[in-house]
Design a protein around this ligand. Structure first.
Ligand code: SF4
Length: 484
């Protein structure tokens, strides 16, 4: 009997990508994906530490696993990800039934550490950082087990050089390391050959991609400059390879029909990225543009490196460069010291920006961040909740307004499967990253493309009617077809 594994992923796309790699490593080690935690031979919890309740979620899950392990003593439990990177041995001190703890810099060791633990007992292995030339530093160098067959994450850089006062990422993911340009394009071509038609470039700050590569190359010019930094950097001898170069070259790869990316940082956003988004057919008309706050005083306290005015200028430039652009954002309310005036500024900027959607959060102090030490300035929770509700209404107003402008239009969609809420409907995703539900009388394969006329709009999704199927899915199917 093949041993089975179950992976539970908390947090962001970077963690989802790491989990696909951990799954790939375990399958390469002869295991198969299991569904039932109780019967699993291996359980991996891939953790996040961005939010306060991240700890509660982990130790709550470990509490449940303790009971399951009592009736399945052969089960191996591993804790990975950002909270493992931050808490290290503390995790086994609080949960002695954990067998393996590994962090964000040694995902490649997952299978080996599990074998080591099964033979020699519990192991905690946390690396401080990765070396630039460490092949396995980039999850994309490892075997993978993708969640969906037609779409893939492609990591362009790991780590972050920014020091946002509320963020623990630099502490747990290390400094920015950009992946060699040639490596990235190679992977995009491999994915396209494997039937993938949509890629999402991943990084904590994608538009600073390549900054470190050029510096490294200047130090040691060599004949593989093109591999490291791309043909256009080599040809133009520019300051650095650009994220825009990546969008342009990846957009020429046969079979790649859609390109998305997350996350850019407004202070590093460049006009050449907007130009590439406008000119490269495959790049979708969606920009995730984290604002965080609309108050210059709070933006400075957060060390975001831009003002509200500068943010809105960049946003206006993006919208004029890219017709039909949808914009989503991240906003934190209740950052330490935030006054009513600061919050009103956030509401005002959100109203001007007219976001299509937003992830809004109440500030939560993360041990190890600068902001967590500002306890005397913490905003009372009830005040933060009241502000959160007011902001949510402003965002909902602009979301519904934006979705209503799509009624009557024909959207190109990718089929994502049967609607979770209504099995008679099929769910698709537009190029602007909106969900759309529509009835079909014939099953449509997940990953196929179609044109759908928008008939109705609501805050979080659209409804429509199928006009025609366009591009069939190219990947080999492993998952169920959509409803019919
Ligand atoms: S840019 Fe700021 S918020 Fe984003 S990962 Fe880096 S430090 Fe965190």
């Amino acid at each position: 009997m093949k041993r089975s594994y179950v992976i539970r992923t908390f947090g962001c796309q970077m963690n989802e990508h790491d989990s696909e790699r951990i799954a790939g490593l375990l399958e390469a080690d002869g295991m198969e994906r299991g569904d039932d935690l109780a019967d699993a031979d291996v359980v991996v919890l891939n953790t996040c530490c961005i939010r306060e309740n991240a700890d509660n979620k982990l130790y709550g899950a470990l509490g449940n696993l303790k009971t399951l392990k009592e009736s399945n003593p052969g089960m191996l439990i591993a804790v990975a990800g950002c909270l493992a990177q931050k808490d290290r041995d503390l995790i086994r001190e609080r949960a002695g039934h954990v067998d393996v703890v590994f962090g964000t810099h040694n995902v490649s060791r997952a299978a080996d550490l599990l074998t080591q633990a099964s033979e020699h007992g519990p192991v905690v292995e946390i690396l401080e950082a990765v070396a630039r030339d460490d092949e396995e530093a980039f999850p994309s160098a490892l075997p993978t087990r993708r969640e969906v067959d037609h779409a893939a994450w492609v990591t362009v850089q790991i780590g972050c050089d920014n020091k946002c006062a509320f963020c623990i990422v630099p502490a747990v993911r290390g400094p920015e390391i950009s992946r060699p340009f040639g490596d990235l394009i190679d992977e995009v071509e491999r994915l396209a050959a494997d039937g993938v038609s949509e890629i999402t470039f991943l990084g904590q700050n994608v538009n600073s991609y390549g900054r470190d590569l050029a510096l490294a190359r200047r130090g040691t010019p060599a004949n593989d400059d093109e591999w490291m930094c791309g043909a256009s950097w080599t040809a133009d001898r520019r300051a650095r390879p650009l994220f825009a170069d990546l969008l342009r070259v990846a957009g020429e790869v046969d079979g790649i029909h859609r390109i998305r990316y997350t996350s850019p940082h407004p202070k590093d956003m460049r006009s050449d990225t907007f130009a590439a988004m406008a000119e490269v057919e495959a790049v979708c008309e969606h920009l995730h543009f984290p604002l965080q706050s609309g108050s210059d005083r709070i933006l400075a306290a957060m060390h975001r490196g831009y003002t509200a005015e500068r943010y809105l200028e960049r946003l206006a430039e993006a919208r004029s460069a890219i017709p039909g652009l949808a914009v989503s954002t991240d906003i934190i309310v209740g950052f330490p010291g935030e006054t009513d005036t600061d919050f009103e500024a956030t509401l005002a900027v959100a109203a001007i920006a007219q976001f299509d959607s937003a992830f809004t959060f109440i500030f939560s102090p993360r041990p190890g961040t600068e902001a967590a030490a500002l306890e005397s300035d913490f905003v009372p929770h009830d005040v933060a909740v009241e502000r959160y509700e007011r902001l949510r209404l402003v965002i909902e107003r602009s979301s519904i307004a934006a979705n209503r402008t799509r009624v009557g239009m024909i959207e190109e969609i990718t089929v994502e499967g049967i609607s979770k809420k209504d099995s008679s409907m099929t769910t698709g995703r537009t190029r602007r990253n909106a969900l759309i539900h529509f009835p079909t009388d014939q099953p449509i394969k997940v990953g196929s493309y179609a044109r759908v006329e928008v008939l109705e709009a609501s805050v979080n999704h659209l409804k429509g009617r199928l006009v025609e199927k366009t591009i069939p899915a190219r990947h080999r199917t492993r998952i169920a077809v959509a409803a019919g």
